[in-house]
Each structure stands twice: as structure tokens, then as C-alpha cells.
Design a protein around this ligand. Structure first.
Ligand SMILES: [Fe+2]
Length: 204
């Protein structure tokens, strides 16, 4: 093989590998505002089940939802032991935060946290988010992996209010915006009455 041909082939395969690698890189999940209702002080019960508060005799109002997903980096590698936090208003549109009257539903936890497993998976039980004045329904999420952090918001795919939400629409790129809109749908298991929603955060 001539030197020029070999150089050409080497260059070509390098380029091909580069384009495969770059096209396989996942889009980093877009950031969204932390908002004014991130807890000042974590509630005593801040586990991954937001539909039940320890020591209270009742369950949250709302459509119960299993929110789960996998935290990865842009190459698709799972991020284990990342801390995942969510917070959202209760079914009456009130945050469990002093700035929002402390919430209406005493049985809703308002905030929850968990840690990803060895495969980057996390899982919460919560309620389907509802709208409050000025905002489409959303769940706030914060992911912390050492010095890396992501703060974002999860929206309901197909929800008409998304079109008017100023924070969601501040994301100009359509694919990035759509990556925050997830389906809240009935479980395939007919015995399970909870909705299921899946959100896979990608850290940059
Ligand atoms: Fe919010």
C-alpha cells in the first residue's frame, strides 16, 4: 500500500470514529431555574416517597406517580451514588415552603431525595405535578455528583400549558426543550394504579 493511501485510510477511519463518537454523545440536560421554593431546611422525612409523611396518618392527595430514570454522563456511562432531589407543589398548587404558605396538604412531603444505584438508577414515588398561577405543571430536580451539579425541571409531555410556560420556552433549542417533557402514563401492569414517568438526566 502506498504511503498516501495508508495516510488517507488512517485519516478516514479516524474521522469516521470521531463522527460516530460525537453522534453517540447524549445531549446535556438543560438547566432550569432553582426557583424560590427550594427548601431552606430539609423536612425531617425527606425520603424518596413523597406521598407519605412519617408520623402522619394519611396519604397525599393527587395522582400517584412512580418517577424513575437513570443518571448518565454524555457518553452514556451511568453515574452511581449521585444525589437526586425533587420538590414540587402539592395537589392544591402550594409549595411546602414558608414563602408559599407552607403548603396545604399535610400528607404530602413536598421534597424528597435519593441516591443513584450502581447503574445510575433512581426512583421516587410522588404525585403528578399540577399547575399553579403562571406556571405549567412541573417537578423540580437537582442532581449532585461531587462537584458536578444539574438543576432542572420536568414537565408533562402533551400538556397544553407547556406552550405558554416562560421558563420552558426560554430553552430555544427544540430538542433540548422536549428532553424536559416526559410522558406520565398508566402502568403496563393493570394491577398498578400509579402512573409511571421516566426522566433520564444527562450531566455535562
Ligand atoms: Fe416550581
Amino acid at each position: 500500500m502506498s504511503l498516501s493511501r495508508r495516510t488517507f485510510l488512517t485519516g478516514f477511519s479516524g474521522l469516521t470514529l470521531y463522527s460516530i463518537a460525537s453522534s453517540a454523545r447524549a445531549r446535556v440536560t438543560p438547566w432550569q431555574s432553582l426557583g424560590p421554593f427550594y427548601p431552606h431546611k430539609l423536612p425531617v422525612d425527606s425520603d424518596a416517597d413523597l406521598t407519605f409523611v412519617d408520623g402522619k396518618n394519611g396519604q397525599a392527595t393527587g395522582q400517584f406517580t412512580r418517577l424513575s430514570g437513570r443518571v448518565t454522563d454524555q457518553s452514556g456511562a451511568p453515574i452511581k451514588n449521585a444525589r437526586v432531589e425533587i420538590w414540587q407543589c402539592d395537589a392544591f398548587g402550594a409549595y411546602h415552603h414558608p414563602r408559599d404558605g407552607g403548603g396545604v396538604d399535610p400528607f404530602f412531603q413536598g421534597y424528597g431525595q435519593t441516591t443513584t444505584d450502581n447503574n445510575g438508577n433512581y426512583r421516587f414515588k410522588t404525585i403528578k405535578p399540577v399547575a399553579y398561577p403562571g406556571r405549567a405543571p412541573h417537578i423540580h430536580m437537582k442532581v449532585i455528583d461531587g462537584s458536578r451539579e444539574l438543576v432542572t425541571q420536568i414537565y408533562i409531555r402533551g400538556e397544553p400549558a407547556n406552550k405558554r410556560d416562560f421558563l420552558l420556552n426560554a430553552i430555544r433549542n427544540e430538542q433540548s426543550r422536549q428532553s424536559l417533557e416526559v410522558a406520565f402514563e398508566a402502568s403496563r401492569d393493570p394491577a398498578e394504579s400509579e402512573l409511571v414517568a421516566r426522566f433520564d438526566p444527562v450531566l455535562g
